[in-house]
Write a protein of this length. Sequence first.
Length: 316
Amino acid sequence: MSRPRVVITEPLDPAAVAWLAERFEVVQPPAGDDAALADALALADALIVRTYTRVDSALLERAPRLRVVGRAGVGLDNIDERACAARGVAVVHTPDANTHAVTEFVWSLIFSVVRPLEPIATALTERDWRSLRDSSLAPRELAGMTLGVLGLGRIGRSVARVGVTLMGRAIYHDIRDIPAAERVGAEPVGFEELLAESDVITIHVDGRASNRGLIGAAACDLMKPDVIFINASRGFVVDRPALASFLTRNCAAVALLDVHDPEPIPAEDPLLSTANARLYPHLAAATAPAKRAMSGVVEAVWFTLTETTSRNSRGC
Ligand code: 3PG
C-alpha cells in the first residue's frame, strides 16, 4: 500500500520535514511552480501551509483526496475553514507556537522608539563624547505611560503582562468578555477609550473578516498625536491611507507595522513614503525556536492522518 502523501508549500523547520518524511511521502513543490503544485495536490492526503498559501474552494477542488490541512502558525485567515469542513477536511494549527517571539518583537519595536541606540563606531574626543551623551537624551520613559492592547488573546495577554510591569498601566479592549483571572493586570476599556488614552497601542486581534479596516480614519483621529502605534496582527486590520494621513498630520506619532495587505508591499502604498511609518516584512514570529514550534504542526497532521486512515480501514 502506498504511503499517504503530504504536500508542503512553504518553508518549515528541516527537522520537522525529515520527521514527517520517515512516516509519509512528503512533496515540496517549488514556490511559484503552479504545474508542480497541481500535480502534488492531485494525490495529496494532507497539506501543510504557512501564511501565503490560500486554502479556498478552488484549491480544495484540486486536492480531491485531502483529509487534513496543517497551518504551521497561529492565523487561520488564509484558510477557508467552512469550505474545509464542507469537504470533511480537518484543519490543525499551532496556536501557542510564536507567542514569545511576537511578544519579544513587539517590545523590541517599542524600545526602538523610546530608547533608540546607536553604538559608538570610532574613538571620540572628550568634546564629542560629551555632546553625544547630551544629544542622546531620550524624551520619554515607558514608566508612567499607558499601554493599549487591542485584542487580549494569547499574544495580547503576553504583551500586556510586560506592559503592566514596565509601564504600570495597561488597558485592553476585546470583543470577548475576558475573565478577571486572564487579564494579567490590564483594565478593560471601550474601543474608543483605548484609542484616546493609550501612549502605545498594539494590535493583537485575529484575522476574522469583521476586523478588516478596524483602524480607519475615525479610529486614527482618536489617537494621541504622539502615539506609538504597532500592528503585528494582520495587515487588513489597518486602513493604510487613513493611517498615512494621520501620521502626516501628526509628525510626533510613529507607526511600526509588521503586517501589510497585500504582502509584499506594492510601490504605491502610501505608508512607504510616510516618514514616521516604519515597515517590516512580517517578521514577528521569525525566531528559530518559534519556527521549530510552528513546524510542530507535522505531529498534528501525522496524528490526524493516522486516525482517519485507521478509521477508514475499519470501515467507520
Ligand atoms: C502566524 O499567524 O502564525 C504568523 O503570521 C506567522 O506566520 P509566518 O510563519 O508566515 O511568519
